[in-house]
Design a protein around this ligand. Structure first.
Ligand SMILES: Nc1nc2c(ncn2[C@@H]2O[C@H](COP(=O)(O)OP(=O)(O)O)[C@@H](O)[C@H]2O)c(=O)[nH]1
Ligand SMILES: [Mg+2]
Length: 441
């Protein structure tokens, strides 16, 4: 998880609420102090942070818990909802379709790296991307993008000797046949007239669907000012916040962007091409609060099936095939949302929306992967070593990373299932108990 410090602070606050038998004003104030501390350490703006904790306090004291929620659950839910608002509110929309994307940002922000990551993002979703090297300013910028393209097996258009980025772009557009065109551009130390002019020229030639500003998370709350300026000058459609892995200031960067109304579309979480996430504030806050593991599980469990699985677990079984049938079942049920509605005493309001959303594309990938395994591998995934992983990835047309991811998820689910064994009434009860065990309610 990125942002471990922030997460620790927020979890401390939630634990305080969950751990007390009575949630009174004092408890709420204490928890708010923890939240303040955690966010300020993450370089969030003081005023925004105080507004946030004021809202939490006010709502926690004024609002009555909705039916089906205890006072504690209600307060934790308020913390969750207010944090989501603070960190962005809306899940990023990235239409998977033909598109033209122009990246911009200051020197070293991560534009070129992010260009490659976004190209991979589309490639993984079955579209043909191309990269265009319009950084004609920095030495060897073309080579850097070229190398990235080669690694990803994605074509790169450009000309190492051409100094005019507009000319590079025009040439590229004449040749390019791919469905998604991602244009890297030159940075500057800061947004100046020179940069505005260059980006505007590229923009007029490309007529992009998206204009993404790339900002490194270590800018902290300064990210807000930068996003605002780029918004005003270049009408950006979204932000990619990079280097979330290398700084404690990510919370400050995200909240500052949210405050300007700039929509964060992606977060970069490492130097590798795989280290890109679509930004989903609900999911992000769920992780901060510590729902991470629960999320995956909730996505593929329904009540009856859960009881069945629990029984299996108690008998010591839960193979990858069971895992696959869980996924299929959830897919066929439509949304988990509806399933939740059917469980007595389980209020939907306490379930963060992001936890309910299924990642269909992922499930599809996982299905292919499991289908490419031998019966022994499905029975006993422990035997899947790296050479088996490579074979499975090849057979299913996926990456070794996907295979590892699936196995990890399977293990987590298995572990989660085991924890249920200890729970009163096993899984036959309702998911509320599950929330208690995982979410610290
Ligand atoms: N840790 C980490 N490093 C990153 C991330 N994104 C980019 N970088 C690194 O930041 C440096 C600058 O990135 P680059 O893409 O060349 O930035 P540009 O000047 O905006 O094109 C490189 O060393 C990248 O590897 C990220 O999400 N996490
Ligand atoms: Mg670059």
């Amino acid at each position: 998880m990125v942002l471990d410090n922030l997460s620790e602070g927020i979890q401390k606050a939630v634990d305080k609420i969950s751990g007390k038998s009575l949630v009174n004003e004092e408890v709420i104030k204490e928890a708010c102090k923890d939240i303040q501390r955690a966010l300020l350490q993450s370089d969030a703006d003081v005023e925004l942070v105080f507004d946030l904790t004021e809202s939490i306090k006010k709502r926690a004291l004024d609002e009555d818990p909705p039916e089906g929620l205890t006072e504690k659950e209600h307060v934790v839910n308020i913390v969750y909802e207010e944090l989501v608002k603070f960190l962005g509110k809306e899940e990023a929309e990235i239409p998977v379709q033909e598109s033209k994307i122009l990246l911009m940002g200051t020197f070293g922000a991560g534009k070129t790296t992010t260009a490659g990551k976004i190209a991979k993002f589309y490639k993984n979703r079955g579209l043909k991307p191309a990269l265009v090297a319009c950084d004609t300013y920095r030495e060897a910028a073309y080579d850097q993008l070229k190398q990235i393209g080669e690694k990803l097996d994605i074509p790169v258009y450009g000309d190492a000797d051409e100094e005019d980025s507009a000319a590079v772009l025009k040439d590229a557009l004449e040749e390019v046949e791919e469905e998604v065109v991602i244009v890297d551009s030159s940075g500057r130390d800061a947004l100046n007239d020179d940069m505005i002019e260059e980006i505007t020229t590229l923009n007029d030639i490309l007529e992009p669907d998206e204009r993404f500003l790339v900002i490194p998370a270590d800018m902290g709350q300064q990210a807000g000012k930068q996003a605002k300026r780029f918004q005003e000058e270049l009408d950006i459609t979204g932000v990619a916040v990079t280097k979330m892995d290398g700084t404690a200031k990510g919370g400050g960067a995200l909240s500052a962007c949210a405050a300007t109304g700039a929509s964060v579309k992606f977060i970069g979480t490492g130097e590798e091409m795989k280290d890109l996430e679509k930004y989903d504030p609900e999911r992000f806050v769920s992780q901060l609060i510590g729902y991470g593991d629960l999320e995956g599980l909730l996505e593929r469990v329904d009540e009856e099936e859960a009881a069945e699985q629990a029984k299996k677990m108690m008998e010591g079984e839960f193979t990858l095939e069971d895992f696959q049938s869980q996924m299929e079942q959830v897919q066929s049920m439509g949304s988990l949302d509806e399933v939740m509605g059917k469980i007595p005493g389980f209020s939907k309001s306490k379930l963060p929306d992001g936890m309910i959303d299924m990642q269909e594309e992922k499930m599809e990938l996982y299905n292919y992967i499991i289908d490419s395994m031998t019966p022994e591998e499905k029975e006993d995934p422990k035997i899947i070593d790296s050479s088996r992983k490579r074979r499975i990835a090849e057979g299913s047309g996926t990456d070794v990373e996907n295979v590892s991811e699936l196995i990890k998820l399977y293990r987590q689910s298995k572990k989660a299932m085991k924890m249920f064994k200890g729970g009163r009434g096993g899984m036959k009860g309702n998911l509320k108990k599950m929330m208690k065990q995982f979410g610290g309610f």
